[in-house]
Design a protein around this ligand. Sequence first.
Ligand SMILES: [Zn+2]
Length: 119
Amino acid sequence: MIQILGNCPYCKDGSIEARDIQVQGKALKLYACSNAHWHYETDFAELTPDSTCRFRIFQNQLQRWHKKSISPKEIRTLLREGELKVKLYSTKTKSEYFKWVVTDEEYGISVLWEDNIDT
Ligand SMILES: [Zn+2]
C-alpha cells in the first residue's frame, strides 16, 4: 500500500507518495509525486517518459548536515505549511541548530541558510 502524504506543490493532480526504493543496495524512502516516475540505476536516476512531474525528496537528503532521515510526518508538515523546521548538527561547533527548509521543484528541498532561527 502506498502512503499519501499530501498534494504535489508543482503539478495539478499529483499527490506525494512514500515509496520504498533501493539505491546502491540500500533501502531508502523516496517521497515522490504520483506523476513522477524515476528509474534507478546504481548512482543515477532517470525520469520515465510517461512522467509529467519531477518532484521528489529523498529520505536521506539532509544527511550531509547530519540529519539522518526526513520522516513521512515531516514531509506532511512541509507540504501543508510550505516550510519545515529541521534540526541539523554542526561537527565544527559540535552543536545542534535549526533551519527552515522549503520545497524545490528541481532538488526536492532546499535549506534557507540565511534565515537564522532562535532556539
Ligand atoms: Zn507533481
